[in-house]
Design a protein around this ligand. Structure first.
Ligand SMILES: NC(=O)c1ccc[n+]([C@@H]2O[C@H](COP(=O)([O-])OP(=O)(O)OC[C@H]3O[C@@H](n4cnc5c(N)ncnc54)[C@H](O)[C@@H]3O)[C@@H](O)[C@H]2O)c1
Length: 317
């Protein structure tokens, strides 16, 4: 099966591509290699992480907002299904550039939904986010009201879900939005806490701990995200959204302790107030995805150990 993965050079996209190839499918990777974070990491995911599969995937470099470029991919590469992950990610950065977030995340997604209908795509699975739950009371369930986002990023993800629902309703395009909960693991994003903390702890620098450490997350290991995404890709559900998160709530301080154990170093913590747009706790109710037979399996100590090993090797730290 041919599967178009937008954001294919990204953290989650490249990992999904690898898993698809391992089971014999052919991914078509679309990415614009933008500089929100070091594009070399994106190039290395393609060249090194996916290196052994060279020749078994297609790489298309360009922008999801470019109607002509994307139309050509659907017409010439002829994917059967789509995993749409390309987006401007990151809550804090969305406060600095809300126009770019709206443009890429909403306009770009609408362009792809339009093409998916035109080219008879059998299943359109796309990234939403746990940030959509805003200040709701955890645990978060798919049936909760999510009409009150608290960051431009979260608002664009909500808009994406609304647009996907519209296309499913009018054209019977099967769509499922995946509400990812704090993803971590090897080849992860440099703007996320784990990589920043590891870098600073290894360099004996102070780490900034927001909300004075009173935060908790359902951290989700990349392999569990990938297995959940492929479960949904294979299920061809008509229309909906799905939480995909780890099954244990971890406090930020316990998370930092695990990094300390894995690096063999003690963190110098600088306790800071809450950042605008951020939320205190994100805990997922994952019963819906469990109903499809999926289960997260990676414990945080194992996941962080794998991450720190990768980090030391990749960055030579
Ligand atoms: N990582 C997480 O914890 C997390 C949590 C919730 C939601 N998400 C969502 O999951 C998706 C993937 O996240 P990720 O962590 O892999 O992020 P990522 O930034 O590593 O991957 C996104 C990729 O999309 C590409 N891209 C961005 N704008 C593009 C455009 N206009 N045209 C073509 N390509 C473009 C980027 O170059 C990047 O390689 C995103 O939609 C993100 O919002 C991620």
């Amino acid at each position: 099966m041919k599967v178009l993965i937008t954001g294919g050079a990204g953290f989650i996209g490249s990992a999904c591509a690898k898993a698809l190839m391992e089971r014999g499918d052919t991914p078509v990777l679309l990415d614009n290699f933008n500089d929100y974070y070091d594009p070399q990491l994106k190039r290395d995911r393609i060249g090194r992480f996916l290196g052994e599969y060279t020749g078994r995937f297609v790489l298309r470099e360009g922008d999801i907002r470019d109607a002509e470029f994307t139309e050509k991919i659907f017409a010439e590469d002829r994917p059967e299904k789509v995993i749409h992950l390309a987006a401007m990610a990151g809550v804090r950065n969305s406060l600095r550039d809300p126009l770019l977030y709206a443009d890429v995340n909403v306009l770009g997604t609408t362009n792809l939904l339009n093409l998916a209908v035109k080219h008879g795509i059998k299943n359109f699975v796309y990234a939403s986010s746990s940030s959509i739950y805003g200040k709701n009371t955890p645990p978060f369930s798919e049936t909760d009201n999510v009409d009150t986002p608290i960051s431009p990023y979260a608002a664009t993800k909500k808009a994406t879900e609304l647009m996907a629902h519209t296309f499913s309703h009018i054209y019977q395009l099967p769509t499922t939005g995946l509400r990812f909960f704090t993803v971590y693991g090897p080849w992860g994003r440099p703007d996320m806490a784990l990589i920043k903390f590891t870098e600073q702890i290894l360099a004996d620098k102070e780490i900034e701990v927001y909300n004075f450490g009173n935060m908790s997350r359902n951290f989700t290991y990349i392999d569990d995200i990938v297995s959940g995404t492929l479960t949904v890709l294979d299920a061809d559900l008509p229309c909906g959204v799905m939480n995909i998160g780890g099954d244990r709530e971890e406090t930020l301080l316990a998370f930092i302790e695990t990094i300390e154990t894995c690096t063999g170093k003690v963190a110098k913590k600088k306790l800071m107030p809450m950042q605008p747009g951020d939320v205190e706790s994100t805990v997922a109710n994952i019963d819906k995805l469990r109903g499809l037979g999926w289960q997260p399996t990676t414990r945080i100590d194992v996941g962080i150990k794998n991450f720190v090993e990768w980090y030391r090797e990749y960055y030579g730290a």
